[in-house]
Design a protein around this ligand. Structure first.
Ligand SMILES: NC(=O)c1ccc[n+]([C@@H]2O[C@H](COP(=O)([O-])OP(=O)(O)OC[C@H]3O[C@@H](n4cnc5c(N)ncnc54)[C@H](OP(=O)(O)O)[C@@H]3O)[C@@H](O)[C@H]2O)c1
Length: 327
């Protein structure tokens, strides 16, 4: 498993990480399957886990704690998130007291003395212009509750604003074959400032595995059923904001570029790793087979320049009109 340096904090992490939303909250993944998936990723050499206090209302964090306790040994780097427990999720809720309470709950769920990384969880746009909120996070670092903090963002513009705060150590952003705008400015700028980049939703919620069709159905409690039009949260989180039928047609064009013998999911993950501005990619695996296959993407050879060009053309022609101006 290849390693990349996580911004300027002096730690290397695996370039393929583990996104723990699916095991905590998506559809009905049993605790046994969830723990087996995480164990498979860790066995394959994954050293970076992404979770959030709201995934399964703490279930994801607790499952991670259980697995790490059972395994013992060196702990992987565990990134969690805070802010989305606010209801309504509004800027005035980002107070010192609330953030401290969220962090204390994650400390208990993850059974640790100090959180490796806490990301503000797609905060309302006003937050990016409220330095005092970043000051509360600085104070949580000073108090020893958290080692580092970062921001999980929706838009490239938010990412560019967030990295102006000197102690923001990481940005989590949607970056995949269907979301190419981060390549134009943000990734280079993050690299220049030594800010780590966590690429989320790398498979466009599973579309870029090539396994979905017009007939695919999803459980009622899966966001791919209930958030297709942004009913519950930003529509960009579901299928990367690309209309489902459009995406299916484009997946068929991409399929032609995937070398024989390589699963499309691995190809899609390797595309993300082609940008050296990315620190780690966090596919959300639900079972052992997915976790093993995703981890193997780390060892794939680089994609050819011709393939990269083709994927850029497909994006600009078929996908950009739906997403480029929005995120
Ligand atoms: N606001 C935020 O900060 C935010 C928002 C969203 C996600 N995230 C983070 O990003 C991570 C990844 O995002 P995501 O889980 O939404 O999307 P994703 O990684 O693009 O897609 C994950 C889904 O694809 C399918 N899959 C995964 N690996 C596969 C494989 N090898 N072969 C076939 N199917 C596979 C699984 O669903 P099925 O098997 O059911 O098809 C899985 O739930 C999350 O776990 C979370 O940590 C953060």
């Amino acid at each position: 498993m290849e390693q990349r340096t996580f911004g300027n904090i002096g730690i290397d992490v695996s370039d393929i990480g583990f996104g723990a939303w699916a095991i905590g909250a998506l559809g009905d993944v049993s605790s046994e399957d969830a723990k087996a998936a995480l164990n498979a990723a860790l066995d394959a050499g994954v050293t970076f886990i992404d979770t959030a206090d709201v995934y399964g209302d703490g279930r994801s964090e607790k499952l991670i704690a259980e697995v790490l306790k059972q395994r013992g040994g060196a702990r992987p780097f565990v990134a969690t998130k805070a802010g989305r427990r606010l209801s309504p999720h509004i800027a005035s809720g980002y107070t010192r007291d609330n953030l401290t309470a969220f962090v204390e709950r994650s400390l208990a769920n993850l059974e640790t003395e100090c959180l490796d990384l806490v990301q503000l969880h797609c905060p309302p746009p006003e937050i990016y212009y409220q330095p005092e909120v970043f000051g509360y996070m600085d104070d949580l670092v000073a108090a020893g509750n958290i080692r580092h903090y970062g921001v999980s963002v929706e838009k490239v513009e938010e990412a560019l604003k967030a990295i102006e705060y000197p102690n923001v150590k990481s940005i989590q952003i949607i970056f995949n074959i269907f979301r190419q705008r981060p390549t134009t400015l943000f990734l280079a700028e993050a690299k220049r400032r030594d800010v780590a980049v966590i690429a989320r939703v790398p498979l466009a919620s599973g579309l870029l595995t090539g396994k979905m069709s017009a007939q695919t159905s999803f459980a009622a409690d899966d966001h791919r059923a209930f958030n297709r039009n942004g009913e519950a949260f930003d529509v960009g989180e579901t299928f990367s904001g690309v209309p489902y039928e459009v995406a299916l047609a484009v997946v068929e064009k991409i399929r032609k570029l995937v070398p024989e013998g390589i699963p499309m999911a691995q190809f899609a993950l390797r595309w993300i790793l082609m940008d050296s501005g990315v620190t780690t990619v966090i596919p959300g695996a639900k079972n052992v087979i997915q976790a093993k296959s995703n981890s193997a993407a780390s060892d794939l050879p680089a994609l050819s320049l011709q393939t990269m060009d083709e994927l850029r053309k497909i994006y600009l022609q078929d996908i950009a009109p739906y997403v480029h101006h929005r995120w």
